[in-house]
Design a binder for this molecule. Structure first.
Ligand SMILES: Cc1cc2nc3c(=O)[nH]c(=O)nc-3n(C[C@H](O)[C@H](O)[C@H](O)COP(=O)(O)O)c2cc1C
Ligand SMILES: [Mn+2]
Length: 451
């Protein structure tokens, strides 16, 4: 497979695998673009390039990773290897630190066009209004680059940014994020926090930015690619920014200003509330010639894949394997918004599936609904999982509830503190109940030979 180091090289890989859809016609930035992308994600996936978004001077790419096949392409492995690849990349000892690009590589492509100071107008960017009830245009697929003012290490994260004025964004950052930690240090010193937003990236960097990690997330991307991610200094901020980005927005968070931003379609499947957030004052917009803008449709498949599926499956697998040697597969399905998990096992004891559920509940606080299936069920196919639920579950015997457990405070089934009932389902076949022999199987054929 071709080497992936940028959004462009990834798009070539997607294209070679028949996983790139081009939309040549005019599409409105307001709702329509997201509706098209969400429909594609729902109906099989593929990355999407909108070649002519209405009123935009640049094309827009989205749906980089919306299914297991695209995750495998992004990580340069097979579907079966995705969890192990992520597990290896997340292990601290495997991190590969970023490094300044070599002199031979020249200037970062995004320095081809630089707009600074009074010339900055963020309304030149083709920022979509995604969800029907979003408060306006939001950058959702930009990766925030910051630096820890204490240790000096770099950091990546996602922070939604709402357009509030010609050079001002609302910048959302939850209380317990690294970026908030850095912001508070600067705040105490009465100083702004310098930041850079990188847009249009190698999916290794996009995936890394969604991970909880106690060091520079660029080390995760380095581990995925097996070499340091090359970086370049900003033009108005002293930060190490991915060299192969399409667009960079630089600026700072003033220490004491907050403004309302929101609502936005959130990961849990509902619209959130307005937040009093720091603001982001832009000092420069940089972009390569003919750049591609990248977005993530909020509250939909890519958002969940990058934030909840890929970063969390490795630890979940470790926990369930600890209680069952028979585990053959696992998935946090994007349609469960990160609250559900499906585990596939070859059980050797009747009580084993329930132990597997209990292990899964404790691996990540979000995991609250666990379904355990046999190895003959396709965990990536919701219809097959529903088949197992329908045909292999006696609901009074094969399910159990854990009331008063701690879940995520945004889980729609939990109270405001995240206290909720977790549920485990043993959807494996119980031969001791009655004997059905073998499940019907028809082999899947290549229809082009017949039609
Ligand atoms: C698409 C996407 C959008 C996100 N938006 C936000 C956001 O607006 N605010 C926030 O605090 N976290 C957001 N997150 C979650 C954080 O970016 C993520 O947890 C990250 O690991 C935090 O990194 P940090 O602790 O280094 O700051 C988002 C995640 C994804 C995948
Ligand atoms: Mn971090």
């Amino acid at each position: 497979m071709a080497k992936i180091e940028s959004l462009r090289s990834f798009m070539e890989v997607l294209s070679g695998a028949g996983q790139l859809v081009r939309v040549p016609g005019e599409v409105s930035l307001v709702h329509e673009l997201s509706n098209v992308a969400a429909t594609l994600a729902r109906q099989g996936g593929g990355g999407v390039l909108f070649e002519h978004p209405q009123g935009a001077q640049w094309p827009i790419f989205t749906n980089a990773v919306v299914n297991q096949h695209q995750a495998a392409l992004a990580l340069n492995c097979t579907v079966a290897e995705v969890i192990d690849r992520m597990g290896q990349a997340l292990a601290p000892q495997n991190g590969i630190a970023p490094a300044p690009a070599t002199a031979a590589a020249g200037e970062a492509p995004w320095k081809q066009n630089v707009i600074r100071g009074a010339d900055v107008d963020i309304r030149m960017l083709p920022i979509p209004t995604h969800g029907e009830h979003d408060g306006g245009p939001f950058i959702t697929g930009g990766v925030t680059v910051t630096r820890d003012p204490i240790s000096g290490r770099g950091n990546l994260s996602y922070n939604r940014m709402q357009v509030l004025g010609p050079h001002t964004f609302g910048f959302n950052v939850n209380e317990w994020r690294h970026v908030m930690q850095f912001y508070k240090v600067h705040q105490a010193r009465n100083e702004p926090l310098p930041i850079a937003i990188a847009i249009g990236l190698d999916p290794a960097i996009m995936i890394a930015a969604g991970c909880r990690y106690d060091d520079d997330e660029l080390k995760i991307a380095g581990a995925i690619r097996g070499e340091p991610v090359p970086t370049a200094k900003g033009v108005t901020v002293d930060l190490d920014i991915p060299f192969h980005a399409e667009i960079i927005i630089e600026g700072y968070l003033p220490p004491h200003t907050r403004q309302k931003e929101g609502p936005l379609a959130e990961f849990h499947g509902y619209y959130g509330e307005l937040w009093e957030s720091p603001i982001f004052e832009v000092t420069a917009i940089c972009y390569r010639d003919n750049p591609i803008y990248q977005t993530i449709v909020p509250g939909w498949a890519e958002h969940i894949y990058v934030g909840n599926v890929l970063p969390r499956e490795p630890l979940l697998l470790q926990y369930v394997k600890h209680v069952s040697k028979g585990v053959t597969g696992l998935h946090i399905p994007p349609y469960g918004n990160g609250f559900a998990a499906i585990v596939q096992i070859n059980k050797s004891n009747p009580g084993e599936p329930k132990n597997v559920c209990m292990a899964a509940f404790t691996a990540h606080v979000n995991i609250a609904k666990v379904i355990v299936v046999d190895a003959d069920v396709n965990i990536y196919d919701p219809a097959d999982v529903l088949w197992a639920l329908t045909n292999r579950v006696d609901w009074s015997k094969d399910t159990f509830l854990v009331p008063g457990a701690q879940g995520h405070e945004m889980d729609p089934t939990a109270d405001m503190r995240g206290v909720q009932t977790k549920m485990g389902v043993d959807a494996t076949y119980k031969p001791e109940r009655r004997d059905y022999g073998e499940r019907i199987r028809y082999s899947e054929v290549d229809l082009s030979k017949y039609l």
